[in-house]
Design a protein around this ligand. Structure first.
Ligand SMILES: [Zn+2]
Ligand SMILES: [Zn+2]
Length: 235
């Protein structure tokens, strides 16, 4: 930065002092969270399900018990705690694309530290339906996945998987309804690119895993060797 950009940036900080996206306290310039909220954004620890990454209760995974996952492994880097919720909310509903890049970089930091997946060939986001994409203007999963792939030096394909038909919003449905809603909802655009490859699909939040599972099914049906799922948070 040259002195004039410094000056403008200092002036903007004076006019609009940077505040924490979660608690509203003053933050350091360029930070989305204050120190205290940052400390609550710690990588998920404890005994996690080796298949879907859910924290286990007495050695049992409640998420896997009610589902038949076809992906090889799903990992979430954070729990969906209030701080993480605030960040994802700012990304999705306040167009704070920078937050998506920050979360993508965090996912890369997690993978470099813990190495949860073996050799990945391609990174792709879970696609947003065109109607919602037009409304929001960007796919939040894509922002995260692009930043992640860049940091990890992996190939990124934003349109590898597309929505085959409209799926109604998932939030008001139970687990069985969700699975039905998303079955056959995805299509692989260039099947020859996935044959024999290991694909990592990314999203912001893993809830029941139904959406990720449906994308994984589409990829495996087209000959993908392995499908991994990486999400920022686990609801
Ligand atoms: Zn804060
Ligand atoms: Zn599980």
């Amino acid at each position: 930065m040259n002195w004039i950009t410094h000056l403008i940036s200092d002036f903007l900080d004076l006019l609009y002092p940077p505040v924490c996206f979660h608690c509203g306290m003053r933050t350091e310039p360029g930070q989305f969270l204050c120190k205290s909220c940052q400390s609550e954004l710690a990588f998920l620890e404890g005994e996690l399900c080796p298949v879907c990454g859910t924290p286990l209760h007495l050695g049992i995974c409640d998420t896997c018990a009610g589902s038949q996952f076809v992906f090889d492994k799903a990992v979430s880097i954070f729990s969906f705690n209030p701080v993480c919720q605030s960040l994802i909310h700012h990304l999705k509903y306040k167009d704070m694309v920078g937050v998506g890049r920050y979360l993508g970089a965090k996912a890369a930091e997690y993978c470099k530290e813990r190495n949860p997946f073996s050799a990945i060939d391609l990174v792709a986001p879970i696609p947003l339906h065109p109607v919602r994409l037009r409304h929001r203007g960007f796919n939040q999963a894509g922002v995260i996945a692009r930043a992640f792939a860049r940091q990890m030096k992996l190939s990124y394909m934003p349109h590898l998987v597309v929505r085959a038909r409209y799926t109604q919003t998932q939030t008001k449905l139970n687990r069985v309804q969700r699975q039905k809603n998303v079955s056959q909802a995805f299509r692989v655009k260039k099947p020859h690119l996935v044959q024999g490859r290991t694909i990592l699909i990314m999203d912001d939040v893993f809830t029941t895993g139904a959406t990720a599972n449906s994308v994984a099914k589409a990829l495996l049906n087209q000959g993908a060797e392995r499908v991994y799922v990486l999400t920022i948070a686990r609801a």
